[in-house]
Design a protein around this ligand. Structure first.
Ligand code: GDP
Ligand code: IMO
Ligand code: MG
Length: 463
C-alpha cells in the first residue's frame, strides 16, 4: 500500500469510535482569534504612496508581509534623505527590528529579488541584515525569465492583433499567475525539494511555452544554473508559510502589518478588467495570500492620493489631458518606479474611492501628496458619474460604459500656499482642511494621515 494509502490507520479508527478519547460531553473550547493584522491597501490605480505609509507604520511593527503581486509593484520610501525602491521586498524591511514575510500569494523572480535587496543595501543602512530578516513561503510561485519574455511577446501580439496592448510591466505577472491557475507552475517548495525533478518540470513548462510561442528564446541550462545557485541562499529563509503565519498570529502579541501591492482598480476581479494586474489586490487577497483567517484582519487603511494617476492603458474618467494633468504630472513627479513610464494624471475621483471602500471596508484613510495641490486656485473633485444623462449609483464593470462616463465635479477653492512644512492639521491652510473634510464626509471614512512631502516626517497624523 502507498504511504498515503486509503485504509484508515488503526489509531484514527479507534479515536473516531470513542469520540477522540475525551468525554463525549466535552467540547473543544472556541479557539482564540489571535493577533489582529493591520492592512495597507491602494484605493486607486496604484502608486498612492503605500510604501511611505507602510514605512511609517513599520516603526512600530514586528513583521511586515507581502501577500500578492510580484515585482510589478514599485514602492519608493525616503528615509534620512535616502530614496529606497522596493518591488518585491516589503518596504517595512527598512526597520531593522522588522521581519519581512513574502506570502504564498506573491510570485517571486529570484534574481529580481536579490538584485533589489542588494541595490537598496548599497544605498543606505536600511537593509542591514536583510538576509536574516526575510522569510519566504514555500508555497509562493516562481517567476522564470521565460515568463517575463512571454509577457513581452503577449503584449506585442495584443498590439499586432487588436491594435492595443495592456501596458503591463513585463515582469511576467500575467504568465506566471496563468501557469498557477493552469496548475503547471513551479513553487519555492519544488525548487528546494529535488533539483533533478524540478529541472524536469521546468523543462516541460519551458517546452509548453516554446510550442505556443515559437519565437520565444529560452536559455534553459543557463537559468537552471542560476536557480541552483539560489537554492542554498534561500534555504534558510524558506518556511511552511501557513505554519509560520499561524505561529505569528498566535504567539506573543506581535504587531503584524500587511503591505498591499498594486491597488483596488487593478484587482483581477474588481479592477478595470481587462486593464488590470493578475492578482487580488483587495482585502480578500490578504487572507488567500498569507494563509490567514479573515477574523485576523484588523484595521484596513486605504491609501488615497489626493488626485488620481494611472500607468498604462485603460479608462480613466477624471483624467485631465490638458495643462492641469501636465501640472499634476510634473509637480507630483509622476513617473513609474518599475517602468519609468509617465503616469497619466487627473482630479480626485471619489466615486472610485467609494467603490474601493465597498470592497475593502476601510477603517481609515491615509491621504498623500496634498502638497502637490498647493498651486491650484481651484480644485475639482469627481463626486458622481452620469451615463446617458442618468446618474449611476455604482462603478461600472464594462469598460466601454466607463469610457463614456461623464464625471460630475464639485469645485473647491484652492489654498495657494506651501503646505510642505505643516506638521499638524491646524497648521494646514483653511481651504486645505476643508478639502480633507470634504473627502472624509463624502467617502464616509475618517482620514488618519495627510502626506505633505516624501519624507517619513511629512505625514500629519490626525488621531
Ligand atoms: P506606492 O506604489 O503606492 O508605494 O507609491 P509609489 O512609491 O510608486 O509612488 C508614490 C510617490 O510619491 C513616491 O515617489 C513617494 O516618495 C511620493 N510621496 C508619497 N507621499 C507623498 C506626499 O505626501 N507628498 C509628496 N510630495 N510625495 C509623496
Ligand atoms: P504599485 O504597488 C501602478 C499596472 C501596469 C499595467 C497593469 C498590468 O507600485 O502601486 P502587470 O505587469 O501587473 O501585468 O500590469 O497594471 N500596474 C501598476 N500600476 N502601480 C502598480 O503597483 C502597478 N502594478 C501593476 O502598469 O497597466
Ligand atoms: Mg508604485
Amino acid at each position: 500500500m502507498s504511504k498515503s494509502g486509503c485504509q484508515e490507520p488503526a489509531a484514527t479508527q479507534a479515536a473516531s469510535r470513542t469520540g477522540g478519547g475525551g468525554s463525549p460531553t466535552q467540547r473543544a473550547p472556541i479557539p482564540s482569534v489571535g493577533n489582529r493584522v493591520t492592512v495597507v491597501l491602494g484605493a486607486q490605480w496604484g502608486d498612492e504612496g503605500k510604501g511611505k505609509v507602510v514605512d511609517l507604520l513599520a516603526q512600530d511593527a514586528d513583521m511586515v508581509c507581502r501577500c500578492q503581486g510580484g515585482n510589478n509593484a514599485g514602492h519608493t520610501v525616503v528615509v534620512d534623505s535616502v530614496e529606497y525602491d522596493f518591488h518585491l521586498l516589503p518596504s517595512g524591511i527598512i526597520n531593522p527590528k522588522v521581519t519581512a514575510f513574502i506570502g504564498n500569494g506573491v510570485v517571486i523572480h529570484l534574481p529580481g529579488l536579490f538584485d533589489e535587496a542588494e541595490m537598496n543595501e548599497r544605498k543606505g543602512n536600511g537593509l542591514k541584515g536583510w538576509e536574516k530578516r526575510l522569510i519566504i513561503s514555500d508555497r509562493a510561485h516562481i517567476v522564470f525569465d521565460f515568463h517575463q519574455a512571454v509577457d513581452d511577446i503577449q503584449e506585442q501580439q495584443r498590439q499586432d492583433q487588436a491594435g492595443k496592448n495592456l501596458g503591463t510591466t513585463k515582469k511576467g505577472i500575467g504568465p506566471v499567475y496563468s501557469a498557477k491557475a493552469a496548475r503547471s507552475g513551479l513553487r519555492i517548495c519544488d525548487l528546494l525539494a529535488d533539483f533533478t525533478k524540478f529541472s524536469e518540470r521546468y523543462k516541460v513548462l519551458a517546452q509548453q511555452y516554446k510550442s505556443t510561442y515559437p519565437t520565444l528564446k529560452i536559455d534553459k541550462e543557463g537559468e537552471l544554473v542560476k536557480l541552483k545557485d539560489y537554492v542554498e541562499r534561500i534555504k534558510p529563509m524558506v518556511r511552511d508559510g501557513v505554519h509560520y503565519m499561524y505561529e505569528a498570529l498566535h504567539g506573543p502579541t506581535k504587531k503584524i502589518l500587511v503591505e498591499g501591492a498594486n491597488a483596488a482598480l487593478l484587482d483581477i476581479d474588481f479592477g478595470t478588467y481587462p486593464f488590470v494586474t493578475s492578482s487580488n489586490c483587495t482585502v480578500g487577497g490578504v487572507c488567500t495570500g498569507l494563509g490567514m483567517p479573515p477574523q485576523n484582519v484588523g484595521d484596513v487603511f486605504g491609501v488615497v492620493k489626493v488626485y488620481t494617476t494611472r500607468v498604462g492603458i485603460g479608462a480613466f474618467p477624471s483624467e485631465q489631458c490638458n495643462e492641469i494633468g501636465e501640472l499634476l504630472q510634473t509637480r507630483g513627479k509622476e513617473m513609474g518606479v518599475t517602468t519609468g513610464r509617465k503616469r497619466r494624471c487627473g482630479w480626485l475621483d471619489l466615486v472610485l474611492i467609494k467603490y474601493a471602500h465597498m470592497i475593502n471596508g476601510f477603517t481609515a484613510l491615509a491621504l498623500t501628496k496634498l502638497d502637490i495641490l498647493d498651486v491650484f486656485s481651484e480644485i475639482k473633485v469627481g463626486v458622481a458619474y452620469k451615463v446617458d444623462n442618468q446618474t449611476i449609483p455604482y462603478f461600472p464593470a464594462n469598460q466601454e460604459v466607463l469610457q463614456r462616463v461623464e464625471v460630475q465635479y464639485e469645485t473647491l477653492p484652492g489654498w495657494k500656499s506651501d503646505t510642505s512644512a505643516a506638521r499638524s492639521f491646524k497648521e494646514l491652510p483653511e481651504n486645505a482642511q476643508k478639502y480633507v473634510r470634504f473627502i472624509e464626509e463624502h467617502v464616509g471614512v475618517p482620514v488618519k494621515w495627510i502626506g505633505v512631502g516624501k519624507s517619513r516626517e511629512s505625514m500629519i497624523q490626525l488621531f
